[in-house]
Design a protein around this ligand. Sequence first.
Ligand code: MTE
Length: 310
Amino acid sequence: MPTNAPGNIQPSEITPRAVYLQRRRFLQVAALSAAAGWLPLSAEAGVKLTTTGKSPLSTSEPPTPLKEITHYNNFYEFGVDKFSPAQRAGSLITHPWNVAVEGEIRRPNVYSIETLMKLAPLEDRIYRLRCVEGWSMVIPWVGFPLNALIRQVEPTGNAKFVEFTTLYDPEQMPGQRSPVLSWPYVEALRLDEAMHPLTLLAVGLYGEVLPNQNGAPLRLVTPWKYGFKSIKSIVNIRFVEHRPTTTWMKASSREYGFYANVNLHIDHPRWSQAKERRIGEFFKRDTLLFNGYAEQVASLYRGMDLKKHF
Ligand code: MTE
C-alpha cells in the first residue's frame, strides 16, 4: 500500500503522547491563568521556591548531584526501571492539583497545592534517602512538616493511622496500565510517626519546584524509613482507625513490612541490608540504624519487637 496516499498518516506525523499531554497541560494552565488573571507559577517545575533557609534537622553530608536525583528514580507509574520516570513523567499534569484530606478529622477539606504550600513556612531539609534495594542518596528537599497540616485538620480520637494515595490516571501515568502493582499506590504511617518533626511533605528539591519524576507536586518524605514509604504525587490523605494495607505489603508482605524502618540487622529475604551504595560513590558504606536518625525516632518504637514489626 502506498504510504503517501491521502489520509494515510505516517507514524512520524503522530504527535507523541507525552508532547500532546504537555501541550494539553500548557493550555490548561494558560486558560486557568487567563481566567484568574494571574500566573500560577508556584506549582510549576523549575520555579524557585522561597524558604526560611536550611533546617537544623538537615544532615551535613554533601547532597547528591541534581542530575542523579532526577535521573535515577523509582516511580512505577512511569515504568519499573530507574531511567523511565525522567523520560516519561512529562505526561503528568501537576496543575491544577488538589489534595482531599478526610476521614477521622474534625475539619475535612480539599486543599489546592498553593494553599498547602502556605500552611507553614517552606524549609530546606537535607535528608538521607535509603532505598530498600540497597542504594542511597542525600537529597536537599524543600517542604514543610506534615504535622502543620495534621494540626489544621484536627484528628479525632479515632485517628490512629494516616493513609496517603497517589493519583490514579492511566492516561497520564502509563505504568498504571500494567498490573505490576495494585494501583493506585498507597502508603501509610502511624499517627505519631506522621506527627514527628522529621516527617516532611516535600514540594521541591534543590530550591525549585519538584520535577515530575520526583513526585510532583507533593510527596511524603520519612528519612528513617526505606524509600518506598515516601509516596509521590499525593491526591488523598485519609485519617483512619485501623492499620491500612499498603501497596508493597500487598505485593509481598514477607518482603515489605508496614514500618519499613531502615534496619541493618533485619535482612530483606533476598538480600542483606547491612550495607548500601551511595549513588556517586564506588565503595559500599555501612547502613545506619534508622538511616542515622535513631536519636530522633527510636523512642517511637520503644518496647516493640522490630523483627516482628519490620
Ligand atoms: N511513589 C509512587 N507513587 N510510586 C512509586 O513507584 N516508589 C517509591 C517511592 N515513592 C514510588 C513512590 C520508592 S521504591 C522509592 S525508593 C522512592 O519513591 C524513590 O524516590 P526518588 O525517585 O525521588 O529517589
